[in-house]
Ligand binder design. Structure first.
Ligand code: BEZ
Length: 257
């Protein structure tokens, strides 16, 4: 029986089409490289180990998430959509002037102007910001490092702007389990395992397409060797300086929905 033709009342045509095309695409790769049964089994067990280590999300974000962002950009003209990564939490505190930070931080003024495609400022945009602490860690993963640190929500003012005192993010390993399955894959792919410092952002406002993106810092360590292949020139910023404090001044353009 040809299973591709069988149907039941639970069939979801888009899932069926995409999964069957994925199987065809992977089969094509197997065929191209004459993959052996031992190689298939090694890959199979690597995926199982990745699941057991709770790293499947990380693996998919590392290999595939930016490709989906790139597809999103086929229908957009505004700021580039960029990988969300595994460290977003929806419940960060709303702040007006400064985010909560701790430790030996270097201050960073994070400011942005949010406009539409015609250059009009967009007020009342809900913004999420999150970034790595001076040790390259994200908050919210343990009781002694709650998510009120190094992440916040802000709203744009009537000029489509926000300005928040935060801290300079630092580079961080995409997996701290250096010898875990994702770390091992990073090694086997000949990549290095550090993400360059970045400022994660999300923008939401009714009437506009939601945007998840990142800002990168010109000249930062690892910027030319991103293991996630998600650094783009149009997302790289030169820092300014005001009153002795570095300023990240971000330009955001939202597409209408
Ligand atoms: C990040 O942006 O932090 C990230 C993205 C993909 C995989 C791992 C980390």
């Amino acid at each position: 029986m040809d299973n591709s033709e069988s149907k039941n009342d639970k069939t979801i045509p888009r899932v069926k089409e995409i999964v069957e095309d994925m199987v065809d695409a992977i089969s094509g790769v197997f065929d191209k490289h004459n993959v052996t049964f031992d190689e298939y089994r090694a890959g199979f067990f690597h995926v199982i180990k990745t699941g057991q280590a709770n790293e499947l999300g990380l693996l998919m974000d590392m290999l595939l998430c930016q490709r989906v962002c790139d597809i999103e950009m086929k229908g957009r003209k505004g700021t580039r959509s960029n990988v969300e990564g595994p460290y977003f939490f929806p419940d960060a505190p709303l702040v007006t002037d400064a985010a909560k930070v701790r430790g030996d931080v270097e201050p960073l003024q994070i400011q942005a102007t949010v406009k539409d495609l015609d250059g009009n400022p967009i007020p009342d945009v809900d913004v999420d910001l999150w970034w790595a602490d001076p040790e390259g860690k994200y908050s919210g993963y343990s009781d002694d490092f709650p998510l009120e640190y190094f992440r916040c929500k802000v709203k744009t003012d009537k000029n489509g702007q926000y300005s928040i005192l935060g801290s300079m993010p630092v580079e961080y390993p995409i997996t701290t389990a250096r010898h875990g399955p994702t770390g091992a894959l990073v090694d086997m792919l000949g990549r290095q395992g550090m993400r360059t410092e970045n400022m994660h952002q999300k923008y939401n406002k009714e009437g506009y397409l939601p945007l998840t993106t990142q800002a990168y810092f010109r000249g930062a360590k690892f910027i030319d060797e991103d293991p996630v292949t998600a650094v783009f020139e149009d997302l790289i910023y030169d820092l300014k300086e005001e009153d002795g404090i570095p300023v990240l001044d971000i330009n955001i353009v939202l597409d209408h929905d």
